[in-house]
Design a protein around this ligand. Structure first.
Ligand code: BTN
Length: 254
């Protein structure tokens, strides 16, 4: 059962059986002036989307498919930090509910047993110098059975149920997510990224490892040594130079 313990987040909830994409609806609502903390959530998405123009499979009744409208007073370049703030909030909520601690794969995947259970899609509505809204899209595979994953995600996806052996009440998990999102985003606004960054690094499976980062233009291989206060991944290349990675797909290298 759902009991919200938040001040703002979830004070407005738009819920429907089926939507094209909660992200698309949230963009419209934000444009129309929906307040901070408005949640768009559905049972099934017919056109769910992931990062880099990918499709996001959103099976009916199995997962959490939601978008949260945030209205922080930050500059556009700070927006990627919110992905990391959300990753920490989601990690805490999932660990509380399942007893299983996910790992964060930079920038926005949550993995359990090396497989993806959660994706985050942070999108911006902004003028050049001002953020109008952040649309925080969250997709969590919750009660999927192994057979529910087909095609290209078959071997790389997992669900909280598969990982923990327990059926997870989605409404309770949503309430926990909103609780932690509210706590960490207000901490971020008050204290900056530093305190959250150390939590992020402790949950991360990226930092300290040799990785391959595939950006739209190039491939870089090196050791992930940290993230900056702006959320930029720091990669130490084999010649010793440090390369800042803003957006990429990463995989572990042997
Ligand atoms: C990724 O890992 O590529 C991000 C996936 C984000 C999926 C969520 S589900 C709710 C929201 N609506 C969408 O269409 N996408 C996000």
């Amino acid at each position: 059962s759902m009991a919200l313990e938040t001040k703002k987040f979830g004070s407005r909830i738009i819920y429907e059986q089926s939507m094209t994409s909660t992200q698309a609806i949230a963009h419209n609502k934000a444009q129309e002036g929906a307040p901070e903390g408005t949640v768009i959530i559905c049972e099934e998405q017919t056109a769910g989307r992931g990062r880099m123009m990918r499709e996001w499979k959103s099976m009916k009744g199995k997962g959490i498919w939601m978008s949260v409208i945030l209205r922080p007073e930050i500059a556009p370049y700070e927006a990627p930090q919110f992905t990391l703030v959300a990753a920490v909030a989601l990690t805490k909520a999932i660990a509380d509910m399942t007893g299983v601690q996910p790992e964060i794969k930079w920038p926005n995947d949550l993995l359990i047993d090396g497989k993806k259970c959660t994706g985050i899609l942070t999108e911006l509505q902004a003028d050049p110098d001002r953020v109008n809204a952040i649309i925080m899209g969250i997709g969590i595979n919750v009660n999927h059975q192994p057979n529910d994953f087909e095609g290209e995600i078959k071997d790389i996806a997992t669900s909280l149920k598969i990982a923990s052996g327990k059926h997870i009440d989605r409404a309770t998990l949503v309430a926990k997510i909103l609780y932690y999102l509210e706590i960490y985003s207000s901490q971020y606004i008050k204290e900056g990224f530093e305190p959250i960054k150390s939590q992020w690094e402790s949950f991360s499976c990226t930092i300290g490892n040799r990785i391959r980062a595939t950006t739209l233009q190039e491939v870089f291989i090196g050791k992930a040594i940290g993230i900056t206060n702006d959320g930029v991944l720091q990669l130490q290349l084999d010649d010793g130079t440090i390369k800042g990675i803003y957006s990429a797909d990463i995989t572990l290298e042997k």
